[in-house]
Ligand binder design. Structure first.
Ligand SMILES: C[S@@+](CC[C@H](N)C(=O)[O-])C[C@H]1O[C@@H](n2cnc3c(N)ncnc32)[C@H](O)[C@@H]1O
Length: 192
């Protein structure tokens, strides 16, 4: 499926296929960040489709908070090592910057207005997603793209409400937010 050309005033919502097809809207050779990486499944698509010159990969991976403080989840250790192993060639080529940590902390390592795009797919609660939108928005250059996964409700996911509140805080219309097709789990995106 060939996506429509990039964003302009009045461009219509939806119709961009699934999120892998949507990736072809991101500029090649760009600087981007994926917030929430897990096994690096979508990262592989980003690398092969967008061919970013610099990709920040931000995930807390092995650290989970329990009632005793922090402990280690071996499954996440495996996911982290698998993601990094599968991206080894990109790492050696200098295109990957993995930042293992909470998104709220890792954000301070990224200079303002240096990202061409950000894809948020970490904490899907209203509070968590809204916090990531607020934290990473200043990192994206003017005209860059803010995007994220799971634009839906359910199972603790309130991404649409977070996006709605964020657009409201910017005094921007929710109609400037686009989504990928609803048959897939939709991703959202808008231009700064
Ligand atoms: C849905 S998975 C990401 C999936 C991946 N983007 C993909 O499409 O293949 C969510 C990931 O976000 C991470 N995560 C959740 N909250 C986070 C936070 N506040 N900071 C950093 N990582 C977080 C989790 O460790 C998990 O690996």
């Amino acid at each position: 499926m060939k996506p429509r050309s990039l964003l302009g005033p009045g461009q219509r919502k939806s119709g961009y296929g699934n999120r892998v097809a949507w990736l072809s809207l991101l500029p090649p050779n760009s600087v981007g960040a994926e917030i929430g990486v897990l096994k690096g499944g979508f990262t592989q698509h980003i690398v092969s489709t967008v061919k970013p010159r610099c990709l920040y990969l931000i995930d807390g991976w092995c650290a989970i908070k329990d009632s005793f403080g922090y402990s280690v989840d071996m499954r996440m250790v495996y996911f982290c090592s698998r993601a990094l192993r599968d991206l080894a060639a990109e790492s050696v080529a200098g295109h990957i910057r993995p930042l293992c940590g909470w998104s709220a902390e890792a954000v301070d390592l990224i200079p303002d207005a240096t990202l061409d795009w950000v894809y948020i797919d970490a904490d899907h609660t209203m509070e968590g997603c809204l916090a990531d939108l607020k934290a990473y928005y200043p990192k994206v250059r003017q005209g860059g793209i803010i995007a994220g996964h799971d634009y839906k409700y359910g199972w603790g996911c309130s991404v649409p409400e977070a996006v709605r509140r964020f657009m409201w805080s910017l005094d921007r219309d929710i109609d400037s937010v686009h989504t990928t097709d609803a048959q897939d789990t939709p991703s959202f995106w808008f231009r700064k």
